[in-house]
Ligand binder design. Structure first.
Ligand SMILES: [Fe+2]
Ligand SMILES: [Fe+2]
Length: 164
């Protein structure tokens, strides 16, 4: 994964997002288990930065990293919204994009990265740029890692529970 100095570089490049109070609100919501939406987005940004560097893809860095960090800025807890929950998978990319436009002043290429991150769930929102493809894949990979870690934690917890 990223070396220490590379992670410091990344943090500097997206500092304005990391420190933005509206972006930090993602810390209030769980994405997968104990992972907050903020931690999830940061993980996706790290993955994208790492892949882009290692494979020398020369993506537009600000589009890639802003898109990754803001891709889930929908700002609600999707586990506790009842009936709306069903629409979450379809709708949240657009909501996140609207928030990112409103609070973080992103350009149209970054908007495209956010809007297409849920393809193929949003079948018509096909990622067409390098940055959009990277965030789309990075999001799926990180979500899988987080979900598996959560399930492992649940199993361990259950086993421990049985012993007592
Ligand atoms: Fe998402
Ligand atoms: Fe995500």
């Amino acid at each position: 994964m990223l070396k220490k100095h590379e992670e410091a570089e990344l943090r500097e490049k997206i500092k304005r997002h990391l420190e933005h109070p509206r972006v930090q609100r993602m810390n209030d919501f769980s994405q997968h288990g104990s992972i907050t939406t903020y931690a999830h987005c940061y993980r996706v940004a790290k993955w994208c930065y790492w892949v882009d560097k290692r494979l020398h893809l020369n993506s537009r860095e600000d589009v890639l990293l802003s898109g990754a960090m803001l891709h889930d800025m929908f700002l609600y807890d999707w586990h506790t919204i009842g009936k709306m929950n069903r629409g979450h998978a379809i709708n949240h990319a657009e909501l996140a994009c609207r928030n990112a436009i409103r609070y973080c002043d992103i350009d149209e290429h970054t908007q495209d990265v956010i809007r297409t991150h849920m393809w193929p769930v949003n079948i018509t929102k096909l990622p067409r740029t390098r940055e959009a493809v990277l965030v789309n894949i990075g999001d799926k990979w990180c979500s899988l890692v987080e979900t598996l870690a959560f399930r492992r934690g649940m199993k361990k917890g259950k086993k421990r529970g049985k012993k007592h």
